[in-house]
Design a protein around this ligand. Structure first.
Ligand SMILES: Cc1ncc(COP(=O)(O)O)c(C=O)c1O
Length: 397
């Protein structure tokens, strides 16, 4: 099954009052299989920020033993997920939330596998102090910068200062003064490979340049990861894991012999920002519905709500995309509004006021910050609701 129509969703979701968000399990299942195949033989860590629904996290772990562990995004979230029964948690971003880190220490004492992210002595010293007071040992992962610098172009993101193996060695040596910390993991996320599309419609020249830059950067990163492994091994540090990649880079990350596991998040829901890659195309599993409430002119409809703009640099690609029925488009002058969104309509399907129309978000997990529940849809079965993080009263910023 590779296509669903407007009528398919209208039929299955008849009786639900829009706005609502839905997750198409037929598509999610196909995305799971495609992503596992793209990851090759490596274990896949699930990026919770791109899911933000406990039920879906459980569903993914049940789907395959290749899914191993979560990449979490906040310390409070990590502690909450651990108390909800999840284990093998890699918090991918440094945190100074002492209450949440104390809660994580309690989970460590209870035997949970949790790693906290560090790229500086200040972060490490802070964690060591808390772990000491909490009489436990914290496992530490170093965040290795994976950007590539070219004349006039920083190809990558600004996160960790640990770019060269000498910097990694410098920091790793300092761990002798932090006895409550066990350094045994590395992460190197190549955002410029994973998060930058190389098959943008109508941008042939740019796509070509991006592909070339990516190809060059991938080789550079392979070498960087190897040198980091060698440097740490020279200090007697054995790595339990070296995490890399994301939805957009699985093919190349999985081929790096230093990487022991890859991360996947966005590919499960497959938001619009992941439509523009030459190596894959996943199915739009997560949608949201808005009700049509007025018709300002023939060929124009206005629906309630809709301004769910994705994070990151500002651009049209961060707007939601009306997708069903076909023939709907946003207006340049208004975009997606706070409480009303006008749409131009050129499709053949007759539309009725009160009926829902369907949109895709530009990013994955952010959709769940707008809705308390996701309606699960499979075939012709009656939809069932599951709570998002927000629906469970959880908001981690
Ligand atoms: C550290 C890290 N790893 C992996 C990913 C990839 O996640 P996704 O598959 O949702 O693109 C991200 C996304 O921003 C990230 O920050």
């Amino acid at each position: 099954m590779t296509a669903k129509t407007y009528q398919d969703y209208l039929r299955v979701l008849a009786g639900q009052q829009a706005p609502y968000a839905l997750l198409d399990l037929d598509f999610l299942d196909q995305n799971i299989q495609a992503l596992l195949k793209r990851a090759g033989k490596l274990p896949v860590r699930i990026a919770s920020k791109s899911i933000r629904c406990r039920w879906v996290l459980d569903y993914l772990f049940r789907a395959s033993p290749q899914f191993q562990g979560l990449m979490t995004y906040s310390a409070a979230e990590t502690a909450w997920l651990a108390s909800e029964g999840f284990d093998n948690l890699l918090l991918a971003y440094p945190s100074f939330d002492s209450a949440a880190i104390r809660a994580i220490c309690a989970h460590r004492r209870a035997g949970k596998q949790i790693w906290l992210m560090v790229d500086s002595a200040q972060q490490a010293s802070f964690l060591n102090q808390i772990a000491d007071a909490e009489k436990t040992q914290l496992q530490i992962c170093l965040d290795i910068d994976m950007s590539s610098d070219y004349p006039g172009l920083h190809f990558g993101v600004w996160r960790s200062p640990l770019t060269r193996p000498e910097q990694v060695i410098d920091l790793a040596k300092q761990f002798l003064q932090w006895p409550q910390l066990k350094l045994n993991a590395c992460m190197g996320y190549e955002a410029q490979i994973a998060g930058v599309g190389d098959a943008m419609a109508g941008q042939m020249a740019k796509n070509l340049v991006v592909k070339q830059l990516k190809g060059h950067s991938i080789e550079q990163l392979k070498l960087r990861r190897r040198r980091v492994c060698e440097a740490l091994s020279g200090l007697g540090i054995e790595l339990a894991l070296f995490n890399g990649g994301g939805t957009g880079s699985l093919e190349s990350t999985a081929l790096d012999p230093s990487v022991t596991e890859v991360t996947v998040g966005s590919g499960f829901y497959a938001p619009t920002l992941f439509d523009h890659y030459s190596q894959f195309r996943h199915l739009p599993a997560a949608l949201f519905a808005l009700p049509l409430t007025r018709q300002p002119a023939p060929g124009m409809y206005t629906c309630f709500s809709g301004g769910y703009i994705a994070s990151g640099s500002v651009g049209k690609e961060k707007l939601p995309t009306p997708c069903l029925p076909s023939g709907l488009s946003l207006l340049d002058n208004e975009g997606a509004g706070e409480v009303q969104t006008p749409l131009k309509y050129t499709g053949p399907e007759p539309l009725k006021l009160g009926a829902p129309v369907f949109f895709r978000h530009a990013k994955a997990g952010e959709l769940c910050e707008r809705f308390n529940q996701l309606w699960l849809v499979r075939g012709e079965a009656a939809p069932e609701p599951v709570l998002t993080y927000r629906g469970e009263g959880q908001c981690f910023g």
